[in-house]
Ligand binder design. Structure first.
Ligand code: DC
Length: 226
C-alpha cells in the first residue's frame, strides 16, 4: 500500500480535467502534474526535429534527447523542453493535431509513464491524463473519470483559445479536433482511454468549477491523515 496520496484524474479532451486538478492540488497543497503536457512537449520536439512516427529508431533516439521539467508557479503548470519554456506553444493547433499519433506510440508511452511514476513515487500528487488510473497509478487512492457534453467541451476550449489570442482557429475546427482525439485516444492499442473500474464518474456538463472542486474534495478528504 502506497504511503503518499495519488489522485488520478482521467477523461476526454477538454473536459476540464486540468482546471479541477490544479484547484484540487492548490487546496490540498499537493503537487499537480499535467501528463498531457508531457505528450504535447514530446510532440513539439518531433515536429521541430522532423521525427517520423513510423521510424522506431528515430523515436528511440529522439526520446534520449528530450528532457522535460515542470515548474509550478501558483499551480499553473509550466513545462520546459530541454530548458525552453514551451507551455504556450504546446497548446497550439500543430501540436494538438499530431499529439494523438505521437501519444499512441509504444516507446513514447513507455518513457512518459516511467517519468510519471517517478514523479509520484513519494509525494502527494494530483495527476491528470488518459491512463493515470488504469496504467500509471492503478493503485491511486482516488480516481476520477471526467466527461462532459462534446459541444460544451468544444465551446469551452474555443473560448480559452480566443482568450489567448488565437483568432484563426474556428469552433468547428476545435470540435473536429476533439472528436478526432476522443476517437484516437479510446481506440488506440496502447493504454486506451477507458474508465478504471474503481473510478468515480464526474460529468461536469452542468457543474461550476466550485461544485466540481467540492465534489472532488469529498472523495479525497477521507484519505488525508488527520
Ligand atoms: O490532456 P491533453 O489534451 O493536453 O493531452 C494531449 C494528448 O495526449 C491527448 O490527445 C492524449 C494524450 N495523452 C495520453 O495519451 N495519455 C495521458 N496520460 C495524457 C495525454
Amino acid at each position: 500500500m502506497r504511503k503518499n496520496l495519488v489522485v488520478a484524474i482521467d477523461g476526454y479532451s477538454s473536459c476540464g480535467k486540468s482546471t479541477l486538478a490544479k484547484a484540487l492540488a492548490k487546496k490540498l497543497g499537493f503537487i499537480y502534474i499535467d501528463s498531457g503536457a508531457m505528450y504535447r512537449a514530446v510532440t513539439l520536439y518531433f515536429i521541430r526535429n522532423d521525427v517520423k512516427i513510423d521510424n522506431d529508431e528515430a523515436i528511440e533516439e529522439a526520446l534520449r534527447h528530450v528532457e522535460l521539467n515542470f515548474h509550478s508557479r501558483d499551480y499553473q503548470s509550466h513545462i520546459t523542453l530541454n530548458g525552453e519554456e514551451v507551455s504556450e506553444e504546446i497548446r497550439q493547433m500543430p501540436v494538438s493535431e499530431y499529439v494523438s499519433e505521437v501519444s499512441a506510440h509504444k516507446q513514447v508511452r513507455r518513457e512518459m509513464v516511467k517519468q510519471q511514476q517517478r514523479m509520484g513515487k513519494s509525494k502527494n500528487i494530483v495527476m491528470d491524463g488518459r491512463d493515470i488510473g488504469t496504467a500509471v497509478f492503478s493503485d491511486a487512492q482516488v480516481k476520477l473519470f471526467m466527461t462532459a457534453d462534446p459541444k460544451i467541451r468544444a465551446e469551452r476550449r474555443f473560448k480559452e483559445m480566443q482568450s489567448k489570442g488565437d483568432t484563426t482557429t474556428t469552433l468547428e475546427e476545435v470540435f473536429e479536433n476533439l472528436a478526432h482525439r476522443d476517437y484516437a485516444d479510446t481506440t488506440r492499442k496502447e493504454s486506451p482511454l477507458t474508465r478504471a473500474e474503481d473510478a468515480i464518474i464526474l460529468d461536469n456538463t452542468a457543474l461550476t468549477e466550485a461544485e466540481q472542486l467540492e465534489f472532488a474534495l469529498t472523495k479525497v478528504t477521507p484519505f488525508i491523515p488527520q
